[in-house]
Design a protein around this ligand. Structure first.
Ligand code: FAD
Ligand code: SF4
Length: 470
């Protein structure tokens, strides 16, 4: 195909990278999408219409220069594309893999109606993976180091993005995390079939080469006191996430065989990666009938992990219909292909069994009037109760904030739902009520997305630099 063809989108269909064989997807903890070949990436990128005022860019939370790097890929200029990607995003290879593109950039692509959106996410992943493999590294030759040092608590996307912007601007970040590897939920949450762990270890090496210092296996408040950090550093950034698992509040949730989603997912990662402290920590669902409660990304990850652990059957119970599911449509489709059975419009009301779970009682729902967020409320249909047999129930109802007990000692205020108060539009962006402390990501906005955590980490770094006057 000619790459100067303005009507490429008419000649070339949207084509996602191939997925690996289904039987491998049902057993292996590896990414399911094969990488784009150079030619494919170029021809898919060239489908971009280069709209004058690109809506995809506006819809992307970090406002990536999407049409510009698509053009560079179509011209084979990978290093230039990688430079441009990193101007707006600290973890493009991660966002390319896990962003719900159908709701963000690709959902806003002009071609998204009858022609099929440009494969923006997969090209973003291709650019960074290829550039790294060819030896590309961020160009810091113009950087002038200052004597300023910032402590960052949490090596999740918010903390990493903050560290990235600071170190590029000559401020030394020291990142503390209680886990043995960076990534936060990217490593200890999101399973390998969406994001292999080598992606984060590679990114750690790149950040270390850039001058970011990591203190892993170090919990602030236990292994090191916050008092030390606030004294020793010029500022502190909190990117500690939200870790209180929500429960449904119905009877039977404490029965044996009922687990919160995150411990299940983390135990699986720890087993796969050899990070398990004790073999007893592993939660196995092999040979069991699994019911997953919830309809978001966490629920999909539990469903698909259970399939790979060789559960006997996996059902996903969600109280609204498919159109009203909160997570990525791509991941719902992947879960269906892998053998997950979906039970829509079912609301759990009780977990039944003696000591151990034997089933889950649900009632059918019809969607009523929209709630305050505009989503239609599920209303139970009287007399429609049924029991779904189960040996294991995985609860994926989302997360609430988990503020540290020491926040109050340092005047770090919380809002009505326990999120840390750190306004984007304050004197200094994302400054908390302690002037030396900044915060961003899930702990400020509530559980959300990788790309929104990256966005807040980057903007908080700008706030910190304004505060430090560098
Ligand atoms: P986190 O990623 O939670 O990182 C916080 C870090 O702080 C952790 O590493 C933690 O160990 C560390 N920490 C906390 N307290 C301390 C302390 N006292 N001392 C030291 N370290 C500390 N988003 C998407 O965009 N796409 C997806 O497909 C997707 N899938 C998801 C699947 C699951 C199972 C889950 C749970 C979430 C998913 N998300 C997804 C959401 C996304 O992962 C989060 O929104 C994002 O990781 C939030 O980033 P963060 O940096 O705010 O916090
Ligand atoms: Fe799309 Fe996410 Fe990349 Fe933005 S960061 S272009 S939303 S995949």
């Amino acid at each position: 195909k000619r790459l100067n063809n303005d009507f490429q989108f008419l000649d070339v269909d949207r084509k996602d990278p191939k997925k690996i064989a289904l039987n491998s997807r049902q057993a292996d903890f590896v990414e399911i999408y094969e990488p784009f070949e150079e030619k494919q990436a170029a021809s898919q990128s060239h489908r971009c219409l280069d709209c004058g005022n690109p809506y995809c860019e506006w819809k992307c939370p970090v406002h990536n220069y999407i049409p510009n790097w698509l053009r560079l890929v179509s011209e084979g200029k990978i290093f230039e594309a990688a430079d441009l990607c990193h101007e707006t995003n600290s973890l493009p290879e991660v966002c390319g893999r896990v962003c719900p593109q159908d709701r963000l950039c690709e959902g806003a692509c002009t071609l998204n109606d009858e022609f099929g959106a440009v494969t923006i996410g997969n090209v973003e992943k291709y650019i960074t993976d290829t550039a790294f493999a060819l030896g590309w590294r961020p160009d810091l030759s113009a950087r002038v180091m200052t004597d300023k040092r910032v402590a960052i608590i949490g090596a999740g996307p918010a903390g990493l993005a903050c560290a990235d912007v600071l170190v590029r601007n000559g401020v030394t970040p020291v990142v503390f995390d209680k886990y043995p590897e960076i990534g936060g939920l990217l490593t200890f949450g999101i399973p390998e079939f969406k994001l292999e762990k080598r992606v984060l270890s590679q990114r750690r090496e790149v950040f270390e080469e850039m001058g970011v210092e990591f203190k892993l296996n170090t919990e602030v408040g236990k292994d090191v006191d916050f008092a030390e950090l606030i004294q020793e550093f010029d500022a502190v950034f909190l990117g500690m996430g939200t870790y209180t698992s929500m429960r449904g509040g119905f009877p039977g949730e404490d029965k044996q065989g009922v687990y919160d989603a995150l411990p299940f997912l983390i135990s699986n990662v720890n087993r796969n990666q050899g990070w398990e402290a004790s073999a007893d920590d592993f939660i196995s669902v092999a040979g069991k009938r699994v019911v997953v409660l919830g309809g978001g990304d966490t629920a999909m990850d539990c469903n698909r992990t259970s399939i790979r652990q060789q559960a006997d059957a996996v059902s996903c119970v969600y109280r609204r219909d498919e159109a009203n599911m909160p997570g990525s449509r791509r991941e719902v489709a992947n879960a269906k292909e892998e053998g997950v059975q979906f039970l829509f419009n079912r609301q759990p009301i009780e977990i039944v069994g003696d000591d151990h779970v034997e089933g889950i009682k649900v009632v059918e729902t019809a969607l009523g009037e929209p709630d305050e967020n505009g989503r239609r409320r599920p209303e139970p249909i009287e007399g429609s109760e049924q029991i779904i047999p189960a040996d294991i129930v995985l609860v994926a109802f989302g997360f609430q904030p988990s503020p540290a007990p020491w926040f109050a000692d340092y005047g770090i205020e919380l809002n009505s739902w326990n999120g840390v108060v750190a306004p984007a539009e304050g004197n200094f962006a994302y400054q908390t009520t302690n002037e030396k402390v900044f915060a961003g990501g899930d702990m400020v906005r509530g559980s959300d997305l990788v790309v929104t955590a990256v966005d807040e980490g980057r903007k908080a770094a700008a706030g910190i630099m304004d505060y430090l006057d560098v």
